[in-house]
Structure formats: structure tokens, C-alpha cells
Design a binder for this molecule. Structure first.
Ligand code: ATP
Ligand code: MG
Length: 438
């Protein structure tokens, strides 16, 4: 008993399953992606919004839908000290609508917004599927035509281009029609499924009552043939949705965006209508959807606002980073590193080296300079210089102190070291780092 207790005490506390640390070796890939995203949003005229990660539970139950996977079994919900039911956000759209309404952003105006941050779902952790994961989301409010649908899809397509992913992702498109058309279709579908009850698995039988459209989404091979024969939403669209979809595809074609119409694409959240789409890849195994979205014209009203058309998408950052890593698409110079290691040869040179380092940083804002800290023998200092990954080391010792000079040592190629006056160092370093071969 005592042993068990001691073991428990000495056991290290670990992170929660499915919630990852982002380590220094990986963060450059995230930063690379995040920088591209930020710039892209500016280029398309989308403004950033940041919402809290905790919301009242009712927000998600009311928007995502009571009988969706997310609300039924994936949410992190708890009572806080006041007894209020709170939920760690499983997605961003509901929060974004809540925030936009709360601050009057939808009052007689359109909005194009984007956000990024962690989302939380209690799912079975596996490659590309985590309990804390990150999304970049885009939401546009107040536009009812297909032009904005095209615009958000074009924005995402340009991101794939910028990242070098364009040849590795496929755009899948569908239309869910108006909510009226969808209920009519729903009835037809339920009739069909009832005629094929013997083929339905347990999950699907449950969904037959609550959310029959989601059965179309099933990956169960035993149901594939039956699903192929199911009536298709596309054949039951209302006239306006059909026109909306046709115009959207015309716009995508004109922009040179390839797509496939996937009549079984229904998406897991209740609030979608008309356009739905996903960008998928085959390079990640079964977690192949990297971006998903669509139109949700009813949600703003459902959450207490005036009827406001809306369209948006969210992409999974972990999956995109995994894709960048798998395909080795992050350029070496974006993977971090350092240009110069400032190396006082012993402690008597520390002050001079620190001062010189600051001068160089002031003169060369792009310079990545790491200062040697922590003392040590000359040998161990040189080892650290090498380990820093720097191209050059700037050495300051007794001789350099006396002469106000610095010794530049080339750490990566076989070149003679050079002694330079400190006053000329900034200009010289600039030249040396711009044209490393010279
Ligand atoms: P999936 O079918 O993979 O479960 P979803 O339909 O639940 O996805 P959305 O709610 O549409 O996903 O979220 C948009 C994107 O966020 C997904 O396409 C995916 O890239 C990412 N995503 C969703 N859930 C997770 C998760 N648990 N871990 C990592 N990324 C996720
Ligand atoms: Mg899911």
C-alpha cells in the first residue's frame, strides 16, 4: 500500500490525452502557416476577431444541434463555481455569431471575419484527431448570393497554392437546399432507409430518428451499396438553391478551380443550408478533411438576431501542419535557426559582447543573433556556438577588447576567420549574410 502511494507521489504528471504540447522543433511549421494565413486574410479583406474559449453550454446546443455528434458526445461541459453550465468551444462559428450579435456587428452591415485558436472535442485521439485542436475559421455575414461562397472558396484555394498544397487537395461540393427542400427530401430519405432497415447499422438506426441525412455520411462498407442507391439531395433542390449552386460552379470554373460534386456530403452540424464543401487529401490516411464549411443562413436568427445570410469554413491546423511536414513543404529558412552567435571568449568579455550584440540588433533588425550566456570554458562555448545553428560566430577576447575589434568565424564553411573593427561589423555582417558565398 505504502509503495503504491509513493509511486503515485513520484509519478510525473502528464498532459491530458489528446492535448498536445507544441515543441520548439515543430513551432516553425505552425508559424509558417500562421503567417501565410494572416497575410492572406488581409489580402482578401477579412478582419480578425477573437472570442473566449469558454461559452455558455446553451450556445452550442442551440446552434450546432442537440442530436449532432458534437453536442451528444464530444463536448467538454462542466459547472463552474457559480453553478453555470459552461462548455469549452468545440468550434468557432457559434461563438463568432454570438460575439457579432452581442456587439452589433451585424446591424445593417456586412462583415467578413476570421479567427484562429484552440477547439475542444472529446473524441478518440489518433493521428490528425485530437481533443484540443486548432482551427482557422472564416465567416462572412450579410451576403446571400453565390459570389461570397465563391470568394471564401477562392481564398482557401489560394492558401493551398501559397503553401504548395494545391496538387494534394480536392474540393468536394454539394448543396443541401433550403430548409424546406431539405425537410421534404428528409421524408423521402427516411422512407428509403425504412425500406432498407436490414442493412442499417446501429448508429444509422439511431440517426434515422434524429438526423437521417447524416446516415449518408456513413463510412460503413456494408452500407455502401445501399447508400449509392439512396435518393440524392441534388435531385430535390428548390429552384433558388439550384440556381445558387449553378452560379457558384460557374464562378469556380471561371476561376479555374476544379471540384467534384459529392451528393453524399452533408456535414455534421445542423446549421448548414445550400452550399457545403470540404477540401480533402489522400495524404493523411483517414483524417483526410483539412477544411470544411458552407452556408448557414438560418443561424443568426436562431441565435436571436435578424435573419442574416452567412457562409464560412474552418480548417484544421494540425492536419495542415502534418501535411506540410509529410510533403516537406516548409522551406529550410522558415524552420528557424540563427545567423550569428555572439561569443565572449571568457567572462571578462561579457559586457563588451552584450553591448556589441545590442548594437548589431539595433543596426540590423532582420539579424537573428543569439548571445552566449552562462559562462563555461572556451571549448564548451564553441560547442554551443555550433549547436546554435548559426552561420557565423563573433568572438570577443582580450585582443579584441584591446583593439575594439571582433573576430568573425565561419561555422559552416571552410573559410579563414576575419578580424574586423567593431564599428564596421554591422555593415560587414550584412554583406556576409546576404552573399554567404562571397
Ligand atoms: P471530421 O469528419 O474529421 O470529424 P468534422 O466534420 O467534425 O471533421 P468540422 O467540425 O467541420 O469537422 O471542423 C473543421 C475542420 O477542423 C475539419 O475538417 C478538420 O480539419 C478539423 N478538425 C475537426 N475535428 C478535429 C479534431 N478532433 N482534431 C483535429 N482536427 C479536427
Ligand atoms: Mg468530427
Amino acid at each position: 500500500m505504502l509503495l503504491v502511494k509513493e509511486f503515485a507521489l513520484s509519478k510525473k504528471i502528464q498532459a491530458i490525452r489528446g492535448m498536445n504540447d507544441l515543441l520548439p522543433g515543430d513551432s516553425p511549421r505552425w508559424q509558417f502557416l500562421e503567417a501565410k494565413v494572416r497575410r492572406l486574410m488581409q489580402r482578401y479583406g477579412f478582419d480578425e476577431i477573437r472570442m473566449p474559449i469558454l461559452e455558455q453550454t446553451a450556445l452550442f446546443a442551440r446552434s450546432i444541434g442537440e442530436v449532432t455528434d458534437i453536442v451528444e458526445k464530444e463536448m467538454y461541459t462542466f459547472e463552474d463555481r457559480n453553478g453555470d453550465s459552461l462548455t469549452l468551444r468545440p468550434e468557432g462559428t457559434a461563438s463568432c455569431v454570438r460575439a457579432a450579435l452581442e456587439h452589433g456587428l451585424l446591424h445593417n452591415q456586412t462583415q467578413r471575419l476570421w479567427y484562429q485558436g484552440p477547439m475542444f472535442r472529446h473524441e478518440r485521439p489518433q493521428k490528425g484527431r485530437y481533443r484540443q485542436f486548432h482551427q482557422v475559421g472564416v465567416e462572412a455575414y450579410g451576403f446571400d448570393g453565390p459570389d461570397i461562397d465563391a470568394e471564401v472558396i477562392l481564398l482557401s484555394a489560394r492558401l493551398w497554392q501559397e503553401l504548395g498544397l494545391a496538387d494534394h487537395v480536392t474540393l468536394e461540393l454539394n448543396s443541401l437546399g433550403s430548409s424546406e427542400a431539405r425537410s421534404a427530401y428528409r421524408a423521402t430519405l427516411v422512407e428509403y432507409f425504412n425500406d432498407h432497415r436490414d442493412v442499417l447499422d446501429e448508429d444509422s438506426l439511431r440517426r434515422l430518428e434524429s438526423n437521417p441525412l447524416r446516415i449518408l455520411d456513413s463510412k460503413n462498407p456494408a452500407m455502401a451499396e445501399m447508400l449509392d442507391g439512396a435518393p440524392q439531395l441534388m435531385d430535390h433542390l428548390d429552384e433558388e438553391s439550384r440556381r445558387h449552386f449553378e452560379q457558384l460552379t460557374t464562378m469556380l470554373q471561371a476561376a479555374g478551380i476544379d471540384y467534384v460534386v459529392n451528393p453524399r456530403l452533408v456535414r455534421g452540424l445542423d446549421y448548414y443550408c445550400r452550399t457545403v464543401f470540404e477540401w480533402t487529401t489522400t495524404a493523411l490516411g483517414s483524417q483526410g478533411t483539412v477544411c470544411a464549411g458552407g452556408r448557414y443562413d438560418g443561424l443568426v436568427e436562431q441565435l436571436g438576431g435578424k435573419p442574416t445570410p452567412a457562409v464560412g469554413f474552418a480548417m484544421g491546423i494540425e492536419r495542415l501542419v502534418l501535411l506540410l511536414e509529410t510533403l516537406d513543404l516548409v522551406p529550410a529558412d522558415a524552420m528557424g535557426g540563427c545567423d550569428v552567435y555572439m561569443l565572449p571568449m571568457d567572462d571578462s568579455a561579457t559586457v563588451a559582447a552584450l553591448t556589441l550584440a545590442e548594437q548589431l540588433r539595433g543596426a540590423l533588425p532582420e539579424l537573428r543573433l543569439q548571445m552566449h550566456c552562462g559562462g563555461g570554458s572556451f571549448k564548451s562555448r564553441m560547442k554551443k556556438a555550433d549547436k546554435s545553428g548559426a552561420t557565423l560566430a563573433v568572438l570577443i577576447g582580450d585582443e579584441e577588447l584591446a583593439q575594439h575589434s571582433a573576430t568573425v568565424k565561419f561555422l559552416r564553411d571552410d573559410r579563414d576567420q576575419r578580424s574586423l573593427p567593431q564599428a564596421e561589423l554591422a555593415v560587414e555582417l550584412h554583406g556576409l549574410l546576404e552573399t554567404p558565398e562571397a
